[in-house]
Design a protein around this ligand. Structure first.
Ligand code: DC
Length: 225
């Protein structure tokens, strides 16, 4: 990835599920006229494709090959794998678990990280995930780590219209979410943690609008957009 002075800005947004990354990243990208990429959708897409192709989640070799040959298109509103539109199909409790399993595998990550870097090499991008500021773009111009209390994150997930877990009891959502976060935080390959130079924003009792203006102010302070 080219140095900051020779490209447009790269904004990295990391944090656990339900911290508000998707909503905030999209709003910020809209406000700045940048592209928004949800890197988690790429791990979900590989998990979906594995199920479709009958590839076992424990067969790392086959999963790496599958990731390598699958075309994954991620835009702010639509996710597609090869010829299948999977925007909704990747947001189910089953794919939540499968994507977390896929995301533990270093070689699968290597395939996706390479594509993420290519998508961002010209800048003008807001990318959200777990390892964007730590691994994908360690030289990102602005790094934000969004967090919220576990209860609040489960509540948001249960209310998320894009996710089929909406119908489940909040307590079920909460236990699944906590288990999956634990996997993300403790795995050996690119675990979730905040980069030392990230600004941590706790969104627990803040409105979306407040978080968005806080992050936009931070970006304007750090880079000329
Ligand atoms: O953000 P999400 O819930 O859609 O992410 C799906 C899974 O992929 C989740 O287990 C975290 C993982 N992930 C990752 O390891 N690295 C990323 N950059 C994005 C997501």
């Amino acid at each position: 990835v080219p140095p900051a002075h020779s490209r447009r800005p790269i904004i990295a947004i990391d944090g656990p599920s339900g911290a508000g990354k998707g909503t905030v990243a999209r709003a910020i990208a809209d406000a700045l006229g940048f592209r928004h990429i949800d890197s988690g959708a790429m791990y979900r897409a590989v998990a979906w494709k594995a199920r479709e192709a009958g590839v076992s989640l424990s067969d790392e070799h086959a999963l790496v090959a599958l990731a390598g040959r699958s075309r994954i298109d991620v835009t702010s509103t639509r996710v597609a794998v090869d010829d299948d539109e999977v925007t909704r199909a990747i947001r189910t409790p089953e794919i939540d678990a499968a994507a977390a399993a896929v995301a533990r595998l270093p070689q699968v990550r290597a395939v996706l990280v390479e594509r993420q870097r290519r998508m961002g090499e010209d800048g003008g991008i807001v990318m959200e995930g777990r390892d964007i500021g730590t691994v994908v773009f360690p030289g990102a111009d602005v790094k934000v780590y969004l967090d919220a209390s576990p209860d609040e994150r489960a509540r948001r997930r249960a209310l998320d219209p894009a996710h089929s877990d909406r119908s489940s009891a909040v307590s079920d959502v909460a236990s699944r979410l906590t288990a999956r976060d634990e996997l993300d935080r403790t795995r050996a390959a690119s675990p979730l943690y905040s980069a030392p130079d990230a600004v941590i924003v706790d969104t627990t009792s803040k409105s979306i609008a407040d978080v968005v203006s806080e992050v936009l102010a931070l970006i304007r302070e750090k880079v000329k957009t």
